[in-house]
Structure formats: C-alpha cells, structure tokens
Design a binder for this molecule. Structure first.
Ligand code: ATP
Ligand code: MG
Length: 250
C-alpha cells in the first residue's frame, strides 16, 4: 500500500534561519504518530511546512503525499487532497457560523454538497461526541471561543471533513484535564484503518487517551529518536536531557 506521507530529508528556513535540518518521516495509512520534543525544537515549523505555509521556505528535501510530490502545493490544494491541519483556520471569520464554515469547507474538500439537514445532523452528532452545546453550531467561527472551544472546534472540523491525513499541533492551549480527555478521545474515535494522524504534543497526558503507534522525538530541527508508545513514557520520566547531552557529544 502507498504510504500516505513521506517526508524526505526536509530542510526549511524562516527568515533566513534554517529551522528544519533534515526531517525524515513516513506515515502509512491507519497509523497514528506522535511527535514530541522540547520548546523550540521545530515541531510547529514542521506542521506549518507540511501545511504549505508561505512564511516557510523549503530549502531542500521533499514532501510526498499519496505518492505525489506536494512540496510546492498551496495549502488549499493540500486540503482538497485530504490533508487536514488542526490550526489551518484559527482566525475569526466575522459573520460565518461554525456550521456554514463546515459546509463550505466540506464542499471545497469533496466537491459534494450535503443537504442542510444532512450536514446539521452530522454536526450535531459530532458535537454530542465532544460534549458540546448544540448551539455551538451557530456561533461565529472562533469569535470569543475559549482555548478549549477552539480545540474542540478543530476536532469537530476533523470529524466532519473526514481527512485522510490529519496533523494536529496540540499547542499548550490551556486545556483543563476534562477538556484534554474529551479532545484526545475525540481524536481517538476518528482513528481508522485508512486515516493517518500526526499529533504534535509536549504532554504524555494526551497520549494516555490516544496510544500512538509510533513516537518521534524532535530536537534542534531533526527527529533524533523513533520508537513505540513506550518512548513517550520514558520521556515523561526522564525528560529530554539525555537527548540533549547525546546531541552535544556528537
Ligand atoms: N516566524 C518565525 N520567525 C523567526 N523564528 C521562528 C519563526 N518560526 C519559528 N521560529 C524559530 O524556530 C524555532 C522552532 O520553533 P517552533 O515553533 O517550530 O518550535 P516548537 O518545537 O513548536 O516549540 P514549542 O514546543 O514551544 O511549541 C524557534 O527557535 C523559533 O524561534
Ligand atoms: Mg509549537
């Protein structure tokens, strides 16, 4: 089976500074990967580059999605091809409700239009799973959303858009313990045999509810270790110092 995502020796720079220094990452259908690493190691930069954010310059290497080189593709085209980035639309869109945004996004993504009723039922189902008030569907996108609501809204978008590959940059958005659990379980429910998921997180806590198939440790723009779920436990216990000293010694 074709891999969903193959990142090959990816180097990328922001404002003339090289941040990603040779990333290799392969995600097969059905796999959930976690990327961990200390502050400033380049995790969000990687997510932004995978999204095709114009502020980041890929200086060498390639990103291949479903067998096609997408290194130069626009974010819109990546979305249409079934990639989902949790933070793709964090801005407020005045006058556009959550449900209407989803209607447009779904139509752009799949080219099919659900009826008003079909979409509403789908959204209501997802809101119920996320333990959210049905009235949320009619709020304006991101307007006055709390940190927890923003995160849940991302999972709502993912549930409705049904992407083939989701990349979730779980920034420290101040989720309380209950919200973290709901969001993590929401993501876990969206796992299936075809979908690839990449979760970027600092916190092992998150991984208590989503057991990743593969865990990567990122340090200074490189993936320096890859292992199973036990790697996240080891990091929780001993932190990143062991990797820092290894990196310094080479
Ligand atoms: N737009 C930018 N301009 C200047 N420097 C940047 C920019 N974006 C990222 N960087 C730098 O790149 C490095 C990696 O940042 P990045 O946000 O990718 O780290 P991170 O691993 O996501 O960190 P955190 O765990 O704190 O979220 C940092 O040193 C950061 O200052
Ligand atoms: Mg980050």
């Amino acid at each position: 089976m074709t891999d969903l995502l193959v990142v090959d020796d990816l180097h990328a720079a922001v404002e003339g500074t090289e941040i990603l220094k040779g990333i290799n990452l392969t995600v097969a259908p059905g796999e959930t990967h976690a990327i961990m690493g200390p502050n400033g190691s380049g995790k969000s930069t990687l997510a932004n580059v995978l999204l095709g954010h114009p502020g980041y310059l890929v200086t060498s290497g390639t990103v291949t999605y479903k067998g096609e080189d997408i290194t130069k593709l626009t974010p819109e085209k990546r979305g249409q091809a079934g990639m989902f980035l949790g933070f793709q639309y964090p801005q407020e869109i005045p006058g556009v409700s959550v449900v209407n945004f989803l209607r447009t996004a779904l139509s752009n993504r799949t080219g099919t239009d659900l009826t008003v009723l079909e979409l509403r039922l789908k959204v209501m189902d997802a809101l119920k799973d996320l333990e959210m008030d049905p009235a949320f569907a009619d709020r304006y996108l991101n307007e006055g959303f709390s940190g927890g609501e923003r995160k849940r809204n991302e999972i709502l978008q993912m549930a409705v858009l049904e992407p083939d590959l989701a990349i979730l940059d779980e920034t420290d958005s101040g989720l309380d313990i209950d919200a973290l659990k709901i969001v993590a379980q929401g993501v876990d429910r969206l796992r299936n045999d075809e979908r690839g998921i990449v979760i970027i997180t600092h916190y092992q806590r998150m991984l208590d509810y989503i057991t990743p198939d593969i865990v990567h440790v990122m340090l200074d723009g490189r993936i320096i270790e890859t292992g199973g779920a036990e790697l996240a436990d080891a990091i929780e216990k001993s932190g990143y110092d062991q990797y820092r000293s290894e990196a310094a010694a080479t």
